[in-house]
Design a protein around this ligand. Sequence first.
Ligand SMILES: [Fe+2]
Ligand SMILES: [Fe+2]
Length: 135
Amino acid sequence: MALLTWQEKYSVGIKEIDNQHKQLIDMINELNDAMLAKRGKEVLMSVLNKLAAYCVTHFTNEEKMMSTHDYPDFAEHKEKHNKMTAKVKSLIVDVQNGKLTVSIDVMNFLKDWLDKHIMGTDKKYAPYMHSKGVK
Ligand SMILES: [Fe+2]
Ligand SMILES: [Fe+2]
């Protein structure tokens, strides 16, 4: 069962961004399924690495959009992306070293972060971007 399901409430009204958020949701679900199926570390690492790489791709995209349109809260938003990138990198190192396993707690952390980030931080730029003609 999916840990996280796309819902209309997540839409920021920008097609490309919504699609990227859907991809992130898919990857979180893929990792959750791999954890529940008790897949080995190799598989978990590969899904986790894919998720981390896609986070960077997505964050870079959003940051480009925000900077292109002089979004006033750009720096604050970017800082949140940076913190998450660092956190995911440290998760990867810990899993690799055997200090941490991908658990329900880890999955809930990822799920809650994405939910809160989209609903709180990403949603904040929506009206501004729309006013700049981004959709
Ligand atoms: Fe964001
Ligand atoms: Fe986002």
